[in-house]
Design a protein around this ligand. Structure first.
Ligand SMILES: Cc1cc2nc3c(=O)[nH]c(=O)nc-3n(C[C@H](O)[C@H](O)[C@H](O)COP(=O)(O)O)c2cc1C
Length: 344
């Protein structure tokens, strides 16, 4: 692709377009922002050892996630506040993901109804926080299953929400409108089910969630091989290497450095990754590191803010085109089979 790269300026354009407290909320990390600040640079440090004399006439970006075909390894990570960026919020995001043939994971705190998201035809998974009283989260879960969620992603790095500093200005909650978040909680945004996160999660919860949902469970927020094993032994279908975009424990290690050890411990189970992935070059390193899918958190939010569903479509188109080129240049004809020795 020649000419202007949309993704080059998308964050800056989102900053210009959005109310300051909203943009700050998207971008911020926990506490001093060390973890959030290091994520992207950690991917940029990888160096490749391309293969030659390989037929790369046809390059295939398609892969499978938990048995379902997707046209791209790029996927949308669960994030709140999408309705602060576009009137249709998650529905607009879902439309774009569906058009790109990409997987979308929807935050349980979403501001759009599950049924409307499902009606876009997107392949989607529900992200869930378990509640202190486990049955409180069942209505949200059951309604998502009914609307076609194909898996449940249990986020395990958030026993409490990491503190973020808003300075002297307004916080996003000062400007948030009714209906931007948690519209799928029967008791409304302020209900006990919406508020009380479990601080006592254990492997048995993975098994419980699998049984009550009837769906595969993916555990999001794993950074250690021993934890990956505990998740899989408890019945998880896959693990997701994440530090929540640097929004939880500040100073947590970059995901770029933890993907390979977790993948090695996962014994062939699917492993996903997110955190600071902004280019196809980062994604190529992630695929070589053992990721089946590469999740994007802030990037699609900025794209949605700047261009609505068309902006998100442009994000996917650019990343897919760049990844196809990178795969060709690396001598790898398939995103599904990028060898670990591509990384020095
Ligand atoms: C504004 C915002 C809201 C988020 N909300 C959630 C959420 O509701 N549930 C969750 O599991 N992760 C949430 N995350 C974390 C993302 O799923 C993802 O792990 C992270 O954003 C990836 O890093 P990246 O933004 O650098 O791509 C959120 C992240 C951001 C930036």
């Amino acid at each position: 692709m020649t000419g202007e790269r949309f993704l080059e300026s998308v964050e800056e354009r989102a900053r210009e377009r959005l109310p300051e407290p909203v943009f700050r909320y998207l971008r911020q990390g926990a506490r001093e922002g060390v973890c959030a600040g290091e994520a992207e640079a950690a991917w940029s440090r990888f160096r490749f050892l391309p293969r030659v004399l390989r037929d790369v006439t046809a390059v295939d970006l398609g892969t499978t996630v938990l048995g379902t075909d997707v046209r791209t390894p790029f996927a949308v990570a669960p994030t709140t506040m999408q309705r602060a960026l576009h009137p249709e919020g998650e529905v607009a995001m879902a439309r774009a993901a569906a058009a790109a043939g990409a997987l979308m994971v929807v935050s349980s705190n979403a501001g759009s109804r599950w049924a409307e998201i499902g009606a876009t035809g997107v392949h989607w998974w529900l992200q869930l926080y378990l509640t202190a009283s486990r049955p409180d989260c069942l209505p949200v879960l059951e309604s998502a299953v009914e609307a076609g969620a194909a898996a449940v992603v249990l986020t395990v790095d958030t026993p409490v929400v990491g503190t973020k500093y808003d300075g002297a200005g307004q916080s996003v909650w000062d400007v948030a409108e009714d209906g931007w978040v948690r519209v799928n909680f029967p008791g409304g945004p302020g209900s006990a089910a919406a508020a009380a996160k479990a601080t006592d999660l254990g492997p048995h919860d993975v098994d419980w969630l699998r049984r009550v949902s009837g769906l595969p469970v993916v555990v999001k927020g794993v950074l250690r091989p021993d934890d990956a094993r505990r998740c899989l032994d408890a019945g998880a279908a896959a693990v997701w290497v994440s530090n929540h975009g640097g929004r939880q424990l500040d100073g947590t290690v970059a995901t770029a450095e933890r993907l390979r050890p977790v993948a090695l411990a996962s014994d062939g189970a699917e492993v996903y990754v997110d955190g600071g992935i902004r280019t196809a070059r980062h994604a190529l390193a992630a695929l070589a590191g053992g990721a089946r899918a590469v999740f994007l958190g802030r990037l699609p939010l900025y794209a949605l803010a700047v261009g609505g569903p068309r902006g998100v479509g442009r994000m996917f188109a650019e990343l897919d085109e760049e990844l196809a080129e990178s795969l060709r240049l690396a001598g790898c004809p398939s995103a599904r089979a990028v060898p670990p020795d591509l990384l020095v």
